[in-house]
Design a protein around this ligand. Sequence first.
Ligand code: CXF
Ligand code: ZN
Length: 367
Amino acid sequence: MQTQAAVLNQPNGPFDIQTVEIADPLAGEIRVAVKAVGICHTDLVVASGAMGLQFPAVLGHEGAGIVDAVGAGVTSVKPGDKVLLTFNSCGQCKPCSHHEPAYCNHFVPYNMVGVRIDGSTRITRDGAAVSDNFFGQSSFAGYAISNERNVLKVDDDADLAVLAPLGCGIQTGAGAVLRSLAAKAGETLVVIGAGAVGLSAVMGGKIAGCATIIAIEPQEGRRALALELGATHAIDPNAGDVVAAVRGIVADGADMVVDTSGYMPVVALSVNMIANRGRIGLVGVPGSLDAVLPIPVVQWITIGGTVRGIIEGDSDPLVFLPELIAHHKAGRLPIEKFSKTYRLDQINEAIDDAHHGKCIKAVLLID
Ligand code: CXF
Ligand code: ZN
């Protein structure tokens, strides 16, 4: 069938709204009529071509929509079901069988390589292959082909425009705190960066009952939003000594630091922000593959520190997304406070707004 898609024809775009053909779903695949899709920073990093993306390509990995058709053997959803899309995984390897699909041994081929194992693509343009299957969906398009492991059925009255970003950004931030670092009530938390992922980490800290939640963020509006969403303190990193500011609030250091910025000059300071037995979670992807976090070894041994990398908040999405939806329903995850909707054909404007701090989470709507 034919549909409109935001096609990336060259590194860094622009995205061109073009007609493409979407294949019928094969065994295990699910074709979804996309109604809403969030834009995540990773879309833009991959769009730069730095990760080896083949052009033309269709990106988009925070999709939500209505099941249009299912391939042979699909039992979890049926045409007409409302669904959220998330990252894909193989379901067979050791991490998958330990309910850690974000660390699937085959994460790259299942999420980043734009062809099926047999070399065919689910999307073509004028009969020629288009890189597809981004995070098992490529949802900057009217239709996306997904799989049973990355499609979650939601209630018929679910607001897809609000819930779409749960599939990546929101579960990444909230999961980093609730799952990866397993925050406990009364603990203290520092969140570096107050974009969609950082704000979700703040909300995760509030859900966990953290006693002190400190957001470090240069933009004033985002600091205000962090305070509204649960941060007890907000620090402007350009206003002076950030470590001293953190220790002015938590003298012994924080139990947890979650970095969502990937901005290494500030990330490097995190080792001096944590308390004894403190743990650091690295979520933000730095701009360079060569970025390193220097650990002062004697200090680290002495305090018993932990630092770990985190993908997708350690989410087991078919389990964790329903928990997040319940938090949203109960008013504990008010994503709509920082999301802004655009039409699919406004994708370039939405990205521009994000770059200029005019929106935090852009969500594209498709008729
Ligand atoms: C990404 C970050 C880079 C590794 C894969 C997951 N997160 C979401 O956009
Ligand atoms: Zn993402």
